[in-house]
Write a protein that binds this ligand. Structure first.
Ligand code: NAP
Length: 220
């Protein structure tokens, strides 16, 4: 399995404002790059916080990219994956619509009624007692044939993926906006590290739109 974390941050490292609403940080060139990266993935992952804040569909938008996937024998759209301990994903969320297949990763704490509602719209993967155990969940997804994984956030999930040693690559578009706010989500939130900080090696640095695209490889 190869896991690429991709996100757009403001110049000061925020994913969004303190209101946790979606903010247009990147421009057209970066949207096209993200679309290509989705098209090159078997699955696109988000945390339930992002589903509740942004209601993303996570589908590939460019028709030619969908066609290329079909020609390669892949499903027209990559699968979508939500990391959602208790099944808070609404049944009318875009991520569980008919546009692509969806997996919801739950923990044992997810109530039966939420499981039943979501089971009509998605494949359910259960791993972990109170919170999704990402190592086990990702192992189950790999066993289901999902090898090329793109993670689109948010900051809570990205922290846990680094903590679990699951990140292979980090791609960050840094845009020309300042958001600020101590309570605004950042690229990596969670509890944060106090020792044994994950380290990265810079692979490339490129001007994209009015910002910069940094591609980092995770060490170790
Ligand atoms: P998130 O990372 O999308 O989701 C976090 C939630 O996932 C947790 O609260 C937890 O809820 C669930 N979860 C289950 N198991 C987990 C585990 N092992 N580790 C971590 N989380 C786990 O939410 P977020 O950090 O609040 O991010 C949402 C914000 O980021 C929004 O403001 C959105 O607009 C922004 N965003 C921006 C970008 C960008 O590129 N700029 C991309 C994505 C999101 P349960 O305990 O209920 O399961």
């Amino acid at each position: 399995m190869h896991v690429v974390v991709n996100a757009a941050t403001s110049a000061d490292g925020k994913l969004s404002s303190r209101r946790r609403e979606q903010i247009a940080i990147s421009g057209e060139e970066d949207f096209a790059r993200v679309d290509r990266l989705r098209a090159d993935s078997d699955a696109v992952v988000v945390g339930v916080g992002t589903v509740l804040a942004d209601d993303p569909s996570l589908t590939v938008k460019e028709e030619q990219l969908c066609e290329r996937r079909r020609e390669q024998g892949d499903p027209e759209q990559p699968a979508r994956i939500v990391v959602d301990s208790t099944g808070r994903t609404p049944t009318d969320a875009a991520i569980v619509d008919d546009a692509a297949s969806t997996y919801v990763c739950l923990s044992e704490a997810a109530p039966v009624d939420r499981r039943m509602d979501l089971a009509d719209r998605a494949e359910l993967v259960t791993a972990g007692e109170d919170r999704v155990d990402l190592l086990r969940a990702f192992a189950a997804l790999e066993a289901a044939g999902l090898e090329r994984i793109m993670v689109e956030g948010g900051g809570e999930l990205i922290f846990s993926l680094f903590e679990a040693g699951l990140v292979d690559e980090l791609r960050v578009f840094v845009g020309p906006t300042v958001i600020g706010g101590r309570d605004a989500p950042t690229l990596v939130d969670g509890d944060g590290f106090v020792a044994e900080f994950p380290t990265l090696s810079l692979e490339s640095l490129e001007r994209v739109d009015d910002g910069a695209l940094l591609i980092w490889r995770a060490d170790g």
